[in-house]
Design a protein around this ligand. Sequence first.
Ligand code: MOS
Length: 748
Amino acid sequence: MSDVLDRSIRFGSNAGQPLTRRDGIAKVTGTATFAADNLPDGLLHAVYLPATIARGRVTKLDVDAARAHPGVVAVYTPENRPPLQGDPDDKPTMFSFRIEVLQDDTVRYAGQPIALVLGETLEAATEGARLLNPDYDMQTPRTGLDDGDPFDVEPGGFGRPAGTTHGDIDAGHAAAAKAIDVTYRTASQYHNAMETHAIVAQWDGDQLLLDVPTQALNMTCAAYAYFFGIPVENVTVRSPYLGGGFGSKAIPVGPSVLAILAARASGRPVKLMLTRQQMFGPVAHRGATRQRLRLGIGDDAALTVLDHDSLSETSTFDDFHEPAANASQGLYAAGAIRSSHRGVRLDIGTPGPMRAPGEASGAAALECAMDEMAEAAGMDPLEFRLKNYAETEPGTGKPYSSKALRDCYLQGAERFGWAGRPMAPRQMQDEDGLLTGWGMGTALFPAPMFAAEARATLRADGSALVETSAADMGQGSWTSLAQIAADSLGLSMDQLEFHAGHSSLPDGGVAGGSGHTATAGGALHAAGRDTIRQLGELAAGDPASPLYGAGNASLVAQHGRLFVEGDPGRGESFTDILSRAGVPELIGSGKAARPPEAGQRHAMYSHGAVFAEVKVDPELCQMRVSRLVGAFAAGRIINPKLAESQLMGGMIWGIGFALHEEAKHDPRTGRILNADFAGYHVPVNADVCGLEVVTVHEDDPFVNPLGIKGVGEIGIVGTVGAIGNAIRHATGHRIRRFPIRIEDLLTA
Ligand code: MOS
């Protein structure tokens, strides 16, 4: 263990414990207040009318009919939409995309808001929107990757991945003794958190109060302050609970801006909550990709080249390009590596980040291609990866901040029982006659850290209040962050009050990129240590204290006592120190961010290896994942129960990615045909059996002082490829598209 690791954490009694989430009871009993549960006096309900074409113009809206409906208070269309102070085409914060807020009568995608109706009741507003009965001037929509001319993505700004090249690609291709050239497709997937997007907006003069689920409270305040031309301190965001974020709730979206506009124009609070169907359009999605992978190996089975090109969809009015080929940049040690991204403009809402953006789609293709290459080499897929995984980051040559990937491979394989795997496909059948196959995939995900601040107040009664704005989007950070804070103060969880999810608190940064625990946790830890440092100074300067004259560096805070390390008898309780000093409370503050030098010295990733068993009916071709073992190394695990739950959640999404999720467009209208949970499939209990997570022990002393990495996204990453490879092993058929459907096997 590194010496930068704080001793209070090493001795900590809270971090590392599999505590049950603190907000669990409130959530399952319905007492947790989500955004849409806020019903201020005078509330109006907003319902927007989604376009039912994907490309063209709105030529008529029956505004009079809507206005005449009892209970309808106002109807907003591009003709009377109140002005915005900020330009909706602008990007006021990092995760911004151009938003649709009734700028004009153009329709750019199906589901785009084309009018907003305010009603005294939800029913009145809904009926008012129906009565608008639009006419369109419709053009042929473009919704498939072949419907536009591909262009090279110019890097720059969020959502535009850079292509990179290391080594001599032509030489790498030329040096290959065996080569493959394969193309994989991934479908578009739409954000469907359990809680749909919702907002309750209230104006008081030029003060704006928002109840809105957001992964980034302070950035959300900044974005809305810009759009409405008010100082950022005039915007208050309350976001105590999120029913899932997954990247969608990190960005300002058009419907929310419309609700705030309507609240200002009407002078009353306004609530807007998207229906499930409305989630398919204006709130970002994982864009479809077509990825070409060209791999070559020498006679020694070492990769000579890894050449990954990704074509992905974006909208006609903004750029987010699934950074899929990035997945090939950090993992395997090929003589030459190229990742390139091209885009196609379609009549769709702008895609955006969705849990493991880039890596999930990219690794799905890469890990299947690696299997195809292993097969060409006549090697076991695990053996082939053990031969080719990178020891230092390809291209940069930077050492990894820890080298846990090999452990993930070996421990995962051991737990799964990989050693008994027959090389040839279609060799295993179970007692029910189902074809059985085993496949694997590697998982790699960057371990980023953002900037955050926190505050810790130690009170005279020995309890503490810790505060940071960062929201819990369902991953359990109410609990794991409190565990970190409690250890930093040497207190137990029941002595700790934890406040988060309010923009007036110190900026907790962004809950995204799997960096939340490291970022907000780092700030909370620093704040707690700052408080204890002040406490130590009080004691060391007080002749009546047993700690009088003790250097602060040698003091340990534990169980509400401050004592000299190695001499626990020499110390006293927090309450004694504070009461003798007559100090009612001590307030410490902390910040966390990774120093830029750290990232220049080391490449920082979480690692994993996923092993899948599938069963396939030989006649009906029904597929089921019967067993999934994921071994992950993600630094210090603060709460094993919550971390495993996150990793399992990611793996379950991997099952959905591999076998279920696909938004399908009607080519005539451009509408999504399956924009609901009847037609858009996600895994349910019956689809998930035999899920196992192995957390591989890892000490990463470089990633941050607490050694924390993320667990939120990496679970998806290796899983998709592992399932595709297992289906190949079970059936002998290599399906190069996700999701893999029954008809793909029937016609293979
Ligand atoms: Mo995530 S896609 O970093 O919220």
